[in-house]
Design a protein around this ligand. Structure first.
Ligand code: ZN
Length: 138
């Protein structure tokens, strides 16, 4: 059995963004040489997400509107968490969008369903944030 670990670092210039990280995961899979197994990809911060969905800009706008409706960034003082921080909304958005994804590896490729892509969801950017890729298999 092989085990492969890699960290990605993102420094998003805006507070919120969605980034398609599928090419990075494909690259890690190639580096690992694993043919059959599983890929785990998770955000290493509690104000960011990794999730799977469609790479479609209209949908990404809809996610932004949906998340702002559920957990609006402002006013900051509506949240108890925002005493010495202002990112309570980012924690809540991360919880909604999830921490990690697991994708099957089959014949040396990520075994996606139709239109599935892996995204990094940033909800409190403008600083270095990490994503962990862990691949297990043979
Ligand atoms: Zn916080």
């Amino acid at each position: 059995m092989k085990s492969f670990r890699k960290e990605l670092t993102f420094n998003v210039p805006t507070r919120r963004a969605f980034i398609n990280i599928t090419p990075y995961v494909n690259e890690a899979l190639k580096e690992s040489g694993i043919q059959e197994g599983f890929a785990l990809v998770n955000a290493m911060h509690i104000s960011a997400s990794v999730f799977i969905n469609d790479d479609e800009s209209g949908l990404h706008h809809d996610f932004e509107v949906f998340l702002e409706r559920l957990a609006p960034e402002k006013p900051y003082d509506q949240y108890r968490h925002n005493t010495y921080e202002d990112n309570a909304d980012a924690h809540l958005k991360r919880t909604i969008m999830g921490r990690e994804v697991v994708v099957a590896i089959t014949d040396g490729r990520l075994d996606f369903g139709p239109w599935e892509q892996i995204f990094y969801g940033e909800f409190d950017g403008k600083r270095n944030k990490r994503v962990l890729i862990k691949l297990i298999g043979a």
